[in-house]
Design a protein around this ligand. Structure first.
Ligand code: FO1
Length: 348
């Protein structure tokens, strides 16, 4: 048995707010719900999800991070991909390709298409993304309240050296990641519309009214970093009475999956568990980009034990625990460790 504190139901806080990107955040949330079942607790969990990966494709609004959380917690996800629907078919995409209409490199599955059709139909009818997400979740029953970070349009673009033309240009994040696998030189991350966006209904209350706020190992640049960039959001995190505890997505000198290593390099943040925590910044001080710090606590993997002392002197309580989310029990242990650290810093 791992050395993790096994929480009893009374130790799991009542109101838990979780910021989330895509796969890493969804896996972490699965562990949180597993911990609740394991301890007989019934916390009220609110998820504030990144929406800047969203992409208008064939006139449809695709929301990867919202859908990954919704499908994962609603048990409709394709588990090994971590995105899209299980038992998927690709007829519509193949028919589009037969017409010579791409992009062939982006997998829009037939079942997944229904989600984008319903979402786009509701958006066209005038419903905000938050209301659309609530409606879609009535089918999937994810067991959490799923909120987009904003109802406004925000899209992350990445400035790359185009491998075909050699010219420098901005492409949508999906093209950088799915077409180019983040393997082309990148020179900038541009969250278009972010500075004009505002928190979606319920987001600020979910931060102010939480007993604990958790920051899972989602991408610190294009997921968590983007959420923190919604005007008013960092200030709400800096001001909440709830302890804010995060989990490193960097183990050793590399990300667990995705493209955090590449993007941290682009924005000039050290690719390490300590570097990411210092980038978010300790509460009461400023982070590496001069914005108000948001963290009270940070979990690093056991291989990064040396980061604990460095973070403590930076004003962030840290612990080294196993971070690999290999199965629901391992992830539940990780969540228990984050809640335990939150309880410790919350008493300060
Ligand atoms: N990721 C891929 O690596 N390849 C794909 O073809 C792909 C299609 C796709 C379709 C819908 C959707 O919601 C997500 C999809 N993703 C795909 C994942 C997506 O790029 C990432 O999940 C997020 O943008 C990053 O978290």
């Amino acid at each position: 048995m791992s050395s993790m504190p096994v929480m009893s139901g009374r130790d799991v806080p009542e109101r838990i707010t979780v910021l989330s990107g895509g796969v890493g955040g969804a896996r972490f949330l699965q562990g949180l719900l597993h911990l609740a079942r394991r301890t007989g607790a019934s916390p009220e969990v609110t998820v504030v999800a990144n929406t800047a990966d969203d992409w208008w494709l064939h006139g449809l609004k695709v929301c990867p991070d919202l859908d990954t959380v919704m499908y994962t917690l609603g048990d409709g996800i394709d588990v090994e991909r971590g995105w899209g629907r299980r038992d998927e078919t690709w007829n519509a995409r193949d028919e589009m390709a037969a017409y010579g209409v791409g992009p062939a490199w982006f997998g829009l599955g037939d079942r997944d298409l229904a989600t984008h059709l319903v979402r786009t139909q509701m958006l066209d009818a005038g419903y905000p993304l938050s209301a659309v997400t609530e409606a879609l979740c009535r089918r999937w029953q994810p067991g959490v309240r799923l909120l987009p970070m904003t109802d406004d349009r925000v899209e992350t673009h990445v400035v790359i050296d185009d491998p075909d033309s050699g010219e420098r240009r901005a492409v949508h994040f999906q093209e950088y990641w799915v077409r180019h696998h983040a393997e082309v030189p990148a020179h900038g991350v541009v969250p278009i519309g972010l500075e004009d966006s505002s928190p979606a209904p319920g987001v600020l209350d979910a931060l102010a009214g939480a007993d604990v706020v958790l920051v899972p190992p989602s991408n610190p640049v294009v997921s968590i970093g983007t959420i923190l960039g919604v005007p008013g959001l960092r200030e709400a995190l800096a001001a909440t009475p709830a302890p804010v505890v995060g989990v490193s997505g960097i183990i050793g000198e590399d990300h667990v999956r995705g493209m955090a290593r590449q993007l941290l390099g682009v924005v000039g943040v050290e690719v390490s568990a300590a570097g990411v925590a210092e980038h978010y910044g300790p509460r009461g001080r400023t982070g590496s980009d001069g914005a108000p710090g948001v963290l009270d606590g940070w979990l690093v993997d056991t291989v990064d034990e040396k980061a604990v002392e460095r973070l403590r002197s930076a004003g962030i309580a840290a612990r080294a625990v196993p971070l690999w989310m290999t199965d629901d029990d391992a992830t539940a242990d990780l969540v228990a460790a984050s809640l335990d650290l939150a309880a410790e810093v919350g008493r300060r």
